[in-house]
Design a protein. Sequence first.
Lengths: 366, 288
Amino acid sequence: MAEIQLNSLAHSYSKTPSGPEDYAIRQMSHVWHKGGAYALLGPSGCGKSTMLNIISGLLAPSEGEVLFDNVKVNELSPKDRNIAQVFQFPVIYDSMTVYDNLAFPLRNAGMPKAKIQAKVDEIAAILELGEVLHNKAKNLTADEKQKVSMGRGLVRDDVSAILFDEPLTVIDPQLKWKLRRKLKQIHEQFNITMVYVTHDQLEASTFADKIAVMYEGQIVQFGTPRELFERPNHTFVGYFIGSPGMNLIDVERVSGGVRFDDFTVALSQVQQRATEHSPSQNLKIGIRPEFLHVSNQPSDDTFKCKVKDVEDLGTYKIVSLQLGSQAILARVDEDHEIAGDTVYVGFPPQWLKLYIDEFLVEEQDA
Amino acid sequence: MNKVTNNKAWWLVLPVFILVAFSALIPLMTVVNYSVQDIFGPNNAYFVGTDWFREVLRDDRLQDSLIRQFVFSGAVLLIQIPLGIGVALMMPTSGKKASLCLILLAIPLLIPWNVVGTIWQIFGRGDIGLFGWGLNELGMDYNYTASTADAWATVLLMDVWHWTPLVALLCYSGLRAIPEAFYQAAEIDRASKWAVFRYIQLPRLKSVLVIAVLLRFMDSFMIYTEPFVLTGGGPGSSTTFLSQTLTTMAIGQFDIGRAAAFSLIYFLIVLLVSWLFFTAITHLDKQK
């Protein structure tokens, strides 16, 4: 087990990067603490896999350093870093049996036979591979192959960390849920540092204690699922986390608040001061669809909206609204009646976020 | 159930059948025809049944060539397959260097067979050949026209030079088809270089190796031109392989019946060994 520290790390696949867009990972620093279960969440192509390969040592970063327990490991091979990694698509040694596949990393490390047997049996039991343990690995189904692939990482309980690169992509949904639970159990049992790469927020939040959201080669926020939901640091986090994502509206500053179309929205004092001190014209307000206050009666500080569509999703409804030129979404309870085609929405101040240059303006108490 | 029977479709196979008949079946049948007759001249032939076959199988000269042939093919496989794999493993994987290596490797394959024989015939000469002269200068008593061991070494060396590139090219293509993920996984699993070779590269080279071994067995078993040009089968008959014995018999001595019988046996041996080999490999594949 180790604490993994990334110091001003950057990576470009091009030999002569000319600008930030040539970088798969833009300069950043980050710490994965010892024994944590982390998820690395982000859209395809944001640099998640690159970062994983840099941590494991399959890829040498073009800039910056990787530290394991404060020791620089840039020059060390994956073997010497003692790290396990599970890939997106199953990799199995097809000339071997399932047992030999699972025993392979242990044999390579020269572990005594009896200990290998015990370890392989333990992991095979957890992953429910007992029945096929002595079959040739190449005749397995895709699910089983991926379990073997994962098993090869999990048999090694002395590793610095286990990295998962979207390991459940090829697994069907039923089993997916089960395997995710298993991983969590294994984490609780052995307390190994685990980093789990995914583009699925549900997967990330069920597996991890803390989630790092990656966007355009940078970690834009690192926090608990709840923090990501309630206080997205960056407009991308707001948009990417949650279903549907945060409503983001371009605004311009006016005295006492901000304005879009003919609507003026009041801001808190902290937010107002931030708008006054920033020269940027890139201002946005954001509010989660869950936190919009929707009512059939007008009151103070509400805006009149046209109802475009109501989508009933069983336990809740998604209401599409037209507010001036802006299309916004609201998420309301199943029993919340939407009468007629006009409603009044309010922006509760504690949930109204202000973004300058895409980054959140923090409230003082936060 | 009403099954529509329309055998007219078989006519579509006719062109292929005719082509195969002319290219393979008819020539083969003429050989079969000769092998069961003793022919003295036009309209003067006697049916002798399996006499030629019996005689041929007891012929010392042919038995010796057959043993020599098996030793030669065995040696060719034992040297060229591991060497070809080794060369393929050492080749660069991409870039200009890889293209250069591929071109250099392919050169021996493009040289006509009798030219290969001639090249080595001169190359190995003690007076004007670099190879022969060099060995003699180093104090070795090398003379492929006089010593059986030297003749064998030279024939083998020539074949290794000529055909190892084929094995190497086949293996190279096989190696390039292994996805990067396997090497990454092996690196993560702390596999040694040997383990990577033994458990990833070798199993994944199996299908190209089957082809390489089959091709090299068949070609080396039927070798004629190169040793004929290089040593003429000598010294004595020490490098006289089956094809040469057969040619001498059929064209030199015009012993058509016997030669025909031996051709058929020769053909059946190649067929049988290839079949045995192929079944063994595919059978291994199916095992659970």
